[in-house]
Write a protein of this length. Structure first.
Ligand SMILES: Cc1cc2nc3c(=O)[nH]c(=O)nc-3n(C[C@H](O)[C@H](O)[C@H](O)COP(=O)(O)OP(=O)(O)OC[C@H]3O[C@@H](n4cnc5c(N)ncnc54)[C@H](O)[C@@H]3O)c2cc1C
Length: 394
């Protein structure tokens, strides 16, 4: 049997997150967003509001201070943040913290690790980051140059990471390092690195095109000492288990705010097209305008159904790795094109800062790059449907 309806609890969740965001986050955001966007600064007052609502540990089990939300519930809540137009950069930082760092910790962490770290991520005492990408290239994420060598009861990490979301404000870093280069993806291990560990530092803050409220940075490891109890999951299973779980969430649930934002954009475009006139009639009468709106509406409906289906798979304990790649490929390319067309629809006003569509475009442009580029998603899907092994594609 298939049931496409959300149950009443999820409908209530969707409304309560939306109401909370509109009543508690937007009034703050309106005062500080433009200034912080130009200065590229994190909005701590908005982070406090995420904390107040329990979003920092939303999918974590209640015993570790979370809300025990399913992947589907997380999608619904995150989508509401997008619908309410909560700043894209702040939601990205929230996702890096909760999904990229917290979800693998809740999935693979030992009891001790969850007590030490998950509870602090949930309460906001720590800010989490996920560090896979390296300066030599993020697409080839299995040939890591960062190494980890066992020495007594410690691992010694050497190398560097780049483009790491939340790095300049981070306290806990989920770091991937090569523990056996000859094994490729089967020789990578995940480590939990605290910001004060000897030999570790944030080497640089990076400036970006969009999502500017979310700080991004580079990391350096110089004989960084990590205690052996900070290995997350099994040695050499950091990619096969931990990263693949992250990718499953990152390429689906983490994109749900953009589905909410697209819904908000659609509402804005409908109003604008009916009110703006040209040649004596509303521009909504022109087929060229109608097409842009219809294309957005159709993509949005497909995206939401696809997204919820993937979340449903995750909640059944499956790893919808290829489906998540397919969703990211479809939605990433679609939403970038739709926001581009939205600017076109609004003409000169689309290009001005007042309507914030130019900001939306700068923010959304990341989707086809971060979390694996569209080209890489195509490679993953091709490999799956053609039945090719990883080696044949690499
Ligand atoms: C704002 C931002 C935040 C990020 N946050 C994080 C984070 O928190 N943690 C983290 O670990 N990473 C993060 N990333 C990194 C992100 O995942 C990488 O940028 C992405 O995986 C691409 O890697 P790259 O930028 O090195 O591009 P490259 O790998 O250098 O690719 C360059 C180009 O070559 C293409 N290409 C590469 N290989 C192939 C192939 N086999 N076939 C066809 N085309 C190919 C790519 O598609 C791309 O167009 C972030 C990136 C950005 C921009």
């Amino acid at each position: 049997m298939i049931d496409f309806s959300l149950d009443p609890e999820l409908i209530q969740l969707r409304e309560s997150v939306y109401r909370y965001a509109v009543d508690n986050i937007l009034p703050i955001q309106e005062k500080i967003q433009l200034e912080l966007d130009s200065k590229e600064e994190f909005a701590w007052p908005i982070w406090e509001k995420f904390k107040e609502f329990g979003l920092l540990g939303f999918p974590f089990p209640e015993e570790y201070g979370g809300q025990g939300a399913s992947a589907l519930a997380t999608c619904v809540a995150w989508e509401s943040l997008g619908l309410a137009t909560v700043d894209g950069g702040m939601v990205m930082s929230l996702s890096a913290h909760t999904i990229l760092c917290g979800v693998p910790l809740m999935t693979y962490g030992t009891e001790d690790q969850k007590k030490r770290y998950l509870t602090k991520l949930a309460s906001g005492q720590m800010i989490g980051c996920f560090a896979l990408t390296e300066p030599h290239g993020g697409s080839d994420s299995i040939h890591l140059k960062t190494t980890a060598t066992k020495k007594g009861d410690r691992w010694i990490l050497n190398g560097s990471k780049t483009f790491i979301t939340n790095a300049p404000i981070g306290d806990l870093f989920l770091v991937l390092a090569s523990t056996d280069k000859s094994l490729g993806s089967a020789g990578i291990t995940a480590f939990l690195v605290e910001k004060n560990f000897k030999g570790f530092y944030v080497s640089r803050k990076l400036e970006k095109m969009g999502n500017k409220l979310s700080p991004t940075g580079e990391l350096a490891f110089e004989d960084c000492e990590v205690p052996e109890e900070n290995v997350l999951g099994e040695v050499n299973f950091g990619f096969i288990n931990v990263v693949r779980t992250i990718f499953g969430w990152e390429r689906s649930v983490m994109l749900s705010p953009s589905v909410g934002s697209a819904q908000a954009l659609l509402g804005g475009l409908l109003a604008y097209a009916n009110q703006r006139t040209a040649f004596g009639k509303p521009i909504s009468y022109f087929q060229a305008i109608q097409r842009k709106i219809v294309d957005l509406k159709v993509s949005l409906e497909v995206a939401r159904s696809y997204l919820y289906r993937i979340a449903w798979h995750i909640d059944r304990g499956e790893l919808p790795f290829v489906e998540a790649s397919s969703f990211k490929l479809f939605w990433g390319d679609a939403i970038v094109q739709h926001v581009y067309e939205a600017i076109q629809l609004m003409g000169g006003w689309g290009y001005m800062k007042e309507f914030k569509i130019e900001k939306g475009y700068r923010d959304v442009r990341l989707i086809t790059i971060g979390g694996g580029t569209s080209e890489v998603q195509k490679t993953i899907i091709a490999r799956a449907i053609l039945g090719l092994s990883g080696k044949e594609i690499e």
